[in-house]
Design a protein around this ligand. Structure first.
Ligand SMILES: [Zn+2]
Length: 299
């Protein structure tokens, strides 16, 4: 038996149309609310040079993924964990350690204890240093050794190891640092860690200007005068740099020559000794220095 609706015809039409609009509205609403996980559109990448005194820790976030390049010195563990908590970092997809010096690996074991860390990426450096050995033990199966030419992704960002020396070939751990080149959209970042002139010359010989040309440069060796030569700056032509160094540090970093060269070339200089944590953000097209109150996980 067919049940006849007792609603008059116009009311049925209005109700049907209303439901259609509601369904359409909910679909569109859901579409706009969905985070852009599957596409680069609307995704950001943030670089934080964390204020860890006279040491170094660079946080990179994009598409909800997190990577920490170096962990800072144990003397500044409070500053490191404050910095990570401030930006909502509860886990790290990757912890990259560029070379076994305390001002870069000092908090690494503590990080492995306190945070979930999925991958620990290390240079192919053999060191008898006790801290390094304990770190290898703590990282266990999460350890991956990076060699020249290796690459990995962080969200939609792509990172490549430009240079790292084979163990024992150098003797100078600073010049054996992992050199990372990051690409996100049209933006290129170069992380020089503690490398100096020798590594810069090797990079210039090994790679063309097309590879070294970057938008952001993490200045080598805390702004030391033995790094960041004018020749290297002319090849890399960064729009902005960050320098990780402590307030009134005893080394006199950053060196006046480095600052003068950067100023001559009109490069934007961000310094952790003067500015505290410095943050850059990019949508893949444009790089912006943003306030250290801003930032996020890049989604
Ligand atoms: Zn250092």
């Amino acid at each position: 038996m067919r049940v006849k609706s007792n609603l008059p015809i116009p009311w049925r039409a209005i109700l049907t149309r209303g439901i259609s609009f509601l369904v359409l509205f909910l679909l569109l609403f859901n579409l706009f609310l969905s985070p852009p996980h599957t596409t680069q559109a609307g995704e950001y990448l943030y670089i934080y040079a964390l204020d860890v005194g006279q040491s170094e820790a660079i946080l990179v976030t994009t598409g909800g993924k997190t990577m920490l390049i170096d962990s800072g010195s144990a003397v500044y563990s409070a500053e490191l964990f404050y910095g990570l908590a401030r930006y909502g970092i509860e886990r790290l997809d990757m912890l990259v350690l560029t070379h076994p010096h305390e001002d870069h690996i000092g908090n690494a074991r503590l990080l492995l204890q306190r945070l979930q860390v999925d991958r620990v990426l290390l240079p192919p450096i053999a060191s008898d240093d006790l801290a390094w050995q304990l770190l290898l033990q703590a990282a266990g199966e999460r350890t991956e050794t990076l060699y020249m030419g290796d690459s990995f992704s962080l969200g939609h960002a792509f990172f490549e190891v430009l240079l790292t020396d084979e163990p024992g070939s150098n003797g100078d751990l600073n010049e054996s640092s992992l050199i990372l080149r990051g690409v996100f959209g049209e933006q290129v970042f170069l992380f020089m860690d503690d490398a100096g002139e020798k590594t810069e010359r090797a990079l210039l010989t090994q790679y063309g200007r097309d590879v070294l040309d970057c938008d952001y440069l993490k200045v080598g060796h805390h702004g030391s005068g033995s790094a960041t030569t004018m020749e290297f700056l002319l090849a890399t032509t960064p729009a902005a740099v960050s320098i990780s160094c402590g307030r009134a540090n005893s080394f006199g970093f950053p060196h006046p020559r480095v600052l003068a060269d950067l100023e001559t070339l009109g490069v934007h200089i961000a310094r952790t000794d003067l500015d505290g944590t410095v943050v850059f953000g990019t949508d893949g097209k444009e790089l912006r220095r943003i306030s250290n109150e801003e930032g996020g996980l890049g989604q």
